[in-house]
Design a protein around this ligand. Structure first.
Ligand code: FES
Length: 161
């Protein structure tokens, strides 16, 4: 599908600035995609195309990297990405109840984004904080020892932003 010219123009300078910081080196592609994604937690078709052009590498290569790593998303995501640990230690001590509490409170299922674009629910593997399982990471912040009641508290505090 063709991308509107205005949309390409609006991302062009931003992506070019990011690529320029790294010198269009392909070994920096992961960091470049990370920086490009930072504005809205996802990589649009226009952004992927501009990265490929600015780095002079095939779009298929950029798309392949963007879809291979779970830290990137080519689908729109919310302002808050809630990553719920599904590894065994968290699972054993109640991750399922935590997942259900998030789904119930937000009215969405795992993998979905709320209609207002604020929250996305995703699974993650071990966050490295098994001592406070069950745990989740919301953007860069880790929360541990979760219960359904704490889920409500966390969401209420984020809603105040
Ligand atoms: S298993 Fe969940 S944080 Fe390690």
């Amino acid at each position: 599908m063709a991308i509107p010219k205005e949309q390409l123009d609006s991302v062009q300078q931003r992506v070019m600035d990011i690529v320029a910081r790294y010198g269009a080196r392909e070994d920096c592609l992961l960091q470049i995609l990370h920086d490009v994604q930072a504005d809205d937690n996802s990589l649009s078709e226009a952004e992927l195309l501009q990265v490929a052009r600015s780095m002079d590498i095939p779009l298929s290569r950029v798309y392949g990297v963007a879809t291979f790593y779970s830290m990137y998303s080519v689908r729109p995501r919310g302002n808050y990405i809630i990553r719920i640990c599904e590894s065994a230690p968290c699972h054993i001590v109640g991750a399922r109840e935590v997942i259900e509490a998030f789904e119930r409170a937000l009215g969405i299922q795992m993998g979905e984004t709320t209609e207002n674009g604020r929250f996305t629910l995703e699974y993650t593997s071990c966050l490295g904080v098994c001592g406070v399982a069950p745990a989740v990471m919301i953007n860069d912040q880790v929360y541990g020892n979760l219960t359904p009641a704490k889920v409500e508290e966390i969401l209420a505090s984020l809603d105040e932003d």
